[in-house]
Design a protein around this ligand. Structure first.
Ligand code: SF4
Ligand code: SF4
Length: 113
């Protein structure tokens, strides 16, 4: 069991979620292909892509779910039909990261202003 980041994160990416995660299992995937695929612009700070949750590290605490201003985070068992493909996107993006990439993309705090 794990939580999943879904489409509304694309174009938002404000990172409220990462500040409450006790195990720091969010990764910042800066891939513009997701903006193109889902027809969404860059986030307000100009970043492409989305955050994802590593299902192998998530302890299913639920703390992040209520923090997201655009309701992008769901428990995997409750992901709405329209966002089902994001279960795989979160899994596959995390599984494809090398150790170095995990260090570089692990997201633990909001960007400083
Ligand atoms: S709080 Fe929501 S929109 Fe913001 S980075 Fe996290 S999942 Fe994405
Ligand atoms: S459910 Fe808990 S452990 Fe999993 S990503 Fe959210 S805050 Fe982190």
């Amino acid at each position: 069991m794990a939580y999943v980041v879904c489409r509304p994160c694309i174009g938002t990416k404000d990172r409220s979620c990462v500040e409450v995660c006790p195990v720091d299992c969010f990764f910042n995937i800066k891939k513009k292909k997701y903006n193109d695929q889902f027809g969404v612009g860059l986030s307000p700070d100009g970043e492409p892509g989305m955050l994802v949750i590593d299902p192998d590290e998530c302890i299913n605490c639920g703390a992040c779910e209520g923090e997201c201003p655009v309701i992008a985070i769901y428990e995997d068992s409750g992901v709405p039909e329209e966002f089902q493909q994001f279960v795989k996107i979160n899994e596959e993006e995390c599984a494809s990261l090398s150790d170095d990439e995990r260090d570089q993309t692990r997201c633990t705090q909001k960007p400083s202003k």
